[in-house]
Design a protein around this ligand. Structure first.
Ligand SMILES: NC(=O)c1ccc[n+]([C@@H]2O[C@H](COP(=O)([O-])OP(=O)(O)OC[C@H]3O[C@@H](n4cnc5c(N)ncnc54)[C@H](O)[C@@H]3O)[C@@H](O)[C@H]2O)c1
Length: 389
């Protein structure tokens, strides 16, 4: 299996690549992979020994040039391990991505490469991405995974376009077309399944879904469920099971990585907050008071601290409260999930499925192709799907 990672120099992508390469050299075990557990053993999923990684980012080059800087302060891999992987990291070629519609926070990440990333019309960008993916895939099973920074929510009219309108807008170089839409279309054009680990919704436009179905390409998305929301969707089902009424659920997150920096921009943050907020009502069946906050706190680097406060009502209207604190390392939680998703979306392709694969909703905060938010029911749905039911 090959992975063409968009945002290949980011924290998750580098953690994923370092883990895969270190495991291939026998330096670390491949742990925390759902698809390596018993229910998935007989599915004949793509073997992990042969995962090959490539991709693009705002700055081209090879992964060795940026691995130290990206992983600095995270301590997910010892410096000696990263050094030992240098020859392998040098072989991971990263092409130039496209910069479009990410807002000032993403433009700032591109630095002096900004003009180069934004060069060309939407059609020219798409043509270049298709050529880059084809050159990497060389006809072998390849999944395109979006691990780029979160984009602002797309302009409303894009949500109403059909495939023909989207194709026309690309030909007209409509400035509202975002990079995430072009990456998804490039994946579809090359026949590669597309997995969107980000909250950006450019890959979820109805027109993109229509084109994916037309071309028979499966989509998985969106916004990986790795931390606070994972815990929330595991815990929230308890309240209706005991007929306890949740009056309010407040959550606040602090994180210090580049993702957190981009999410400090209110437009980019809005996409993430919408994704995080969507889960509770779907599980409880009624709206609750409360908010979800995200704040950039540099000292934490890739570590995330989330504090949640829940007030609920029971017998005789008696009020009770609970609180939890989640402390996770974002990219360490995300990296194996990306591999699980990639293996399963390839399975969907082998089974002839196309469009959003709802059975993969377990992995996402905003599950596409399914309205189920309850983690336990999502897991059951995944098991039923893998069993071919
Ligand atoms: N870590 C988690 O637990 C988690 C969970 C859910 C979702 N996510 C999402 O996953 C994404 C990646 O997270 P991360 O921590 O690796 O972020 P990151 O900021 O470390 O990496 C993002 C990378 O994408 C690149 N990039 C930005 N725009 C691009 C474009 N248009 N084309 C090509 N490359 C581009 C950046 O240069 C950067 O290298 C974010 O959108 C984040 O919100 C992360």
């Amino acid at each position: 299996m090959k992975l063409w990672i968009v945002g290949a120099r980011g924290s998750i992508a580098t953690t994923l690549a370092a883990g895969v390469l270190a495991a291939q050299r026998g330096l670390v075990p491949l742990e925390a992979l759902l698809t390596e557990t018993a229910p998935f053993a007989a599915l004949g999923l793509a073997p992990l020994q042969h995962v090959e990684i490539g991709g693009c980012d705002l700055n081209p080059g090879n992964l060795a040039e940026s691995a130290h800087a990206t992983l600095a302060g995270v301590e997910s891999f010892a410096v000696a391990t990263i050094d030992a992987l240098r020859p392998d990291l040098e072989r991971i070629a990263i092409t130039r991505g496209v910069l479009r519609g990410g807002g000032p926070a993403v433009d700032a990440l591109a630095g002096d490469q900004r003009d180069a990333g934004a060069a060309g019309s939407a059609r020219e960008m798409l043509t270049r991405l298709v050529a880059d993916i084809r050159a990497f895939a060389r006809g072998e099973p390849t999944v395109v995974v979006n691990l780029t920074s979160t984009e602002p929510t797309p302009a409303a009219p894009l949500l109403e376009w059909d495939a023909a309108a989207l194709r026309r807008a690309i030909d007209d170089d409509d400035p509202r077309i975002q990079a995430s839409t072009l990456y998804a279309l490039a994946a579809i054009e090359t026949g590669c399944p597309h997995a969107n680990f980000t909250p950006s919704s450019g890959a979820s436009l109805p027109a993109v879904v229509e084109i994916a179905r037309e071309k028979g390409v499966p989509l998985a998305g969106r916004d990986g469920k790795t931390g606070e929301t994972l815990l929330k969707t595991a815990l929230a089902p308890m309240f209706p099971i005991r007929a306890l009424t949740v009056e309010g659920w407040y959550g606040t997150n602090i994180l210090g990585n580049t993702d957190g920096l981009v999410l400090a921009d209110p437009d980019n943050k809005a996409s993430k907050i919408t994704s995080k907020k969507g889960v509770l009502e779907g599980i409880l069946g009624y709206p609750t008071d409360g908010d979800v906050r995200i704040d950039y706190f540099k000292p934490l680097a890739d570590h995330k601290v989330a504090w949640n406060f829940i007030q609920f009502r029971g017998w005789g209207g008696h009020r009770m409260r609970m609180q939890f604190t989640w402390e996770g390392t974002d990219s360490v939680l995300a990296a194996p999930l990306v591999l699980d998703i990639a293996r399963l979306v390839l399975l969907a392709q082998q089974r002839g499925e196309s469009g959003p694969i709802g059975a993969l909703g377990l992995f996402f905060k905003t599950p596409e192709g399914s309205s189920e938010m309850n983690l336990h029911k999502q897991f059951d749905a995944l098991l039923r799907w893998t069993a071919g039911e």
